[in-house]
Design a binder for this molecule. Structure first.
Ligand code: GRF
Length: 197
């Protein structure tokens, strides 16, 4: 299996969906490019002019901007993403800071082929503001989770987690930075292991 994946012709094609900075996206692309187990084939952003799009271009990965605002009431937005993925013969999708909730029909079409990174130790703190909520709750540790995406928000089977301590002087910002550097290691490692079966 491993040997087959090193053949660029047979390496699974990965799309990464983003909405912003793209630091997890960069970690994923570099890991795939360095190790050759998968091909970073497409980056889709629902926002134009975000740093992630420029970073992807600098790393030589094709990008597509599909702005959700262009679709009144969201109609057609995810269909457009689906079409772009099919056109590029994508095999797996990584959600790396993609701030849109995927519809059930989309998740169903890509069942077991969408991975998401979430900045909390799921099942704790689904949704937003995870770091502040962990601090407010008096938790002593925080972290991040990579999970398979299902129709329920931040709810699919957890593939891997990494923990960091919460320090007394932490703010949401300092904690987020500590968690983010773990995300950059956890997401590529988990993708690799998942593709390895
Ligand atoms: C990360 O903390 C990720 O867990 C969350 O959004 C943030 C995205 O950061 N879903 P970046 O765009 O990868 O830098």
């Amino acid at each position: 299996m491993r040997r087959l994946q090193r053949n660029p012709e047979l390496a699974p094609k990965i799309a990464i969906l983003i909405s912003g900075g793209g630091s997890n996206m960069v970690a994923l692309i570099k890991d795939m490019q360095d190790r050759g187990y998968a091909e970073p084939s497409l980056v889709i952003s629902n926002k134009a002019l975000v740093p992630g799009v420029i970073k992807a271009q600098q790393l030589g990965v094709p990008t597509e901007v599909i702005p959700h605002q262009a679709f009144p009431k969201g109609d057609g937005f995810q269909e457009e993403i689906h079409v772009a993925l099919v056109e590029q013969r994508i095999n797996f999708i990584c959600l790396a800071g993609f701030m849109q909730i995927l519809d059930a029909w989309f998740v169903d079409k890509w069942k077991d082929r969408i991975l998401n990174i979430h900045p909390s130790l799921l099942p704790k703190y689904k949704g937003l503001n995870t770091h502040q909520r962990a601090i407010d709750a008096g938790d002593t540790e925080a972290g991040c989770s990579v999970h398979l995406v299902t129709a329920e928000l931040d709810d699919g089977p957890i593939l891997a987690q990494a923990k960091v301590p919460i320090l007394k002087e932490d703010t949401a910002r300092t904690l987020a930075a500590r968690v983010l550097s773990e995300e950059h290691k956890l997401f590529p490692r988990t993708l690799r292991q998942y593709l390895d079966g």
